[in-house]
Ligand binder design. Sequence first.
Ligand code: ATP
Length: 321
Amino acid sequence: MKRIGVFTSGGDAPGMNACIRAVVRAGIYYGLEVIGIGHGYQGMINGEFIPLQARSVSNILQRGGTILKTARSEEFMTKEGRAKAAKNLKEQGIEALVAIGGDGTFRGAIALYEEHGIPSVGIPATIDNDLYGTDYTIGYDTAVNTALESIDKIRDTADAHDRLFYVEVMGRTSGFIAVEAGIGGGAEYIAIPEEQTDYEEIKNVLKGFRKDKTSSIIIVAEGDEEGGAFKIARKVKELYGFDYRVVVLGHIQRGGSPSARDRILASKLGVAAVEALISGKFNVMVGEVKGEIKLTPLKETFRRRKELDPYLLKIAKILSI
Ligand code: ATP
């Protein structure tokens, strides 16, 4: 193999740049040419190909976002779109891809292989941490810490006014950010997509607020089955009469300089992806499980569900009394 492509796709996550840098430098170290592809799958269709050298990725390790840009491409969801992308990749002499993104990105990579024989190695980068085959995804640690900083600030004002706040964090299908930011921020209750929202329990934890607590914070994952923080807040008010304020943290959780953990994970997985490619291991995701690099077939990463740690759920309840 002589030439590989690297791209970022789907939702951006802090640490994507550190990962691009690792892929480029590891590729060059092992004697490959590395072509950056702008705007994910859309850039393959539009012909955004940028040859990258070791110095092209200087001074990006610490930056959020992605120098290659990212996109959600409707056109690539069609057979014709993928045919165009494959034709362009072949014209560029790109023999294999490193796909940095989440489950949608990996589905696209599988389609490209099945329809056009272009193989990929996937690197998990999404703030949601919802991929099977790795303990953590790139961007998750930074996102949790960003959420936590905001929760601390909200706690100050909540405490000053004796207020109940609902804080909505990201997590469309999973409660990883909600649970860790909730435990770290001392949340009174954490509403997540994996569990039915329990209004009786909310009533019980808010009894303490009525009695002697000076502030209360309920964390809600955006994908909670009740439909988000505003809906839960209104329902609790209707049922039990608690006034409230709602803060939706939104996209600030995606931005910012990646944490040390995310930079190191991104660096490790970037090198591991190139090493997998050159040893002919295709259509797998490189992940880290209990400190070891692990390869998981791309299909398994989204077909199997990564479970939340039940111990974390348990202690969140114990500590909210
Ligand atoms: P995140 O989890 O952060 O949102 P993601 O990689 O899951 O990241 P998506 O928007 O779901 O983000 O996917 C990225 C892109 O991958 C899509 O815009 C689309 O172009 C392509 N893609 C997604 N699913 C498929 C599929 N089933 N077949 C072909 N291409 C797909």
